[in-house]
Design a protein around this ligand. Sequence first.
Ligand SMILES: Cc1cc2nc3c(=O)[nH]c(=O)nc-3n(C[C@H](O)[C@H](O)[C@H](O)COP(=O)(O)O)c2cc1C
Length: 185
Amino acid sequence: MDAFDLLHGRNSVAKLCEPAPGKEALENIYRAALRAPDHARLRPWRFLSVTGDGRNKLGELYARALAARNSQATVAELDKARGKALRAPLIVVVVACIQAHPKVPKVEQLLSAGCAAHAMLLAVHALGFAGIWRTGANAFDRMVMDGLGLAANEELIGFLYLGTVDGKAKPLAELNVADYVQEWK
Ligand SMILES: Cc1cc2nc3c(=O)[nH]c(=O)nc-3n(C[C@H](O)[C@H](O)[C@H](O)COP(=O)(O)O)c2cc1C
């Protein structure tokens, strides 16, 4: 795929189905993440692949976290939380590993992890698969972070739900460069 077709055409897809990227594709996707811009080469990221029964366990974690956040949550709401982990055949959890550094503040490390996430979405698209970056309450919930094994210096940047487009991809937003770019004199 032409590089600009990829950069201009990447599209998030909420409705995903099998197949997920396989072993070789996933290796390439992670290699794209490892090319994220990274001040002082801290490599301030790591990734968790969640597939198969791991998704059921993640769904249970989502439900437990919801129950802890809201003791009034209904059975239907807890079921819905469980189901969120089954929205795609593969979930990549993007983790920022924040390190103390005299020249690289936390925000730069979070941005580097964000760039890694974007690189993965581009790689997924280039390989003919699709995905969407989601956060929501689960990404900021300590119970979810603990359940996934995140350390105290780590933050959950997002869940990349990955698979194959189920149905039709949404139309791309038409944005004008001129609306977002000014010349500064
Ligand atoms: C940090 C971050 C968190 C996001 N969280 C969610 C989310 O929880 N739910 C959601 O529907 N979209 C979320 N999005 C937006 C989608 O990933 C996506 O960008 C959006 O649907 C627009 O589609 P597009 O990427 O094709 O323009 C998030 C995006 C970012 C960058």
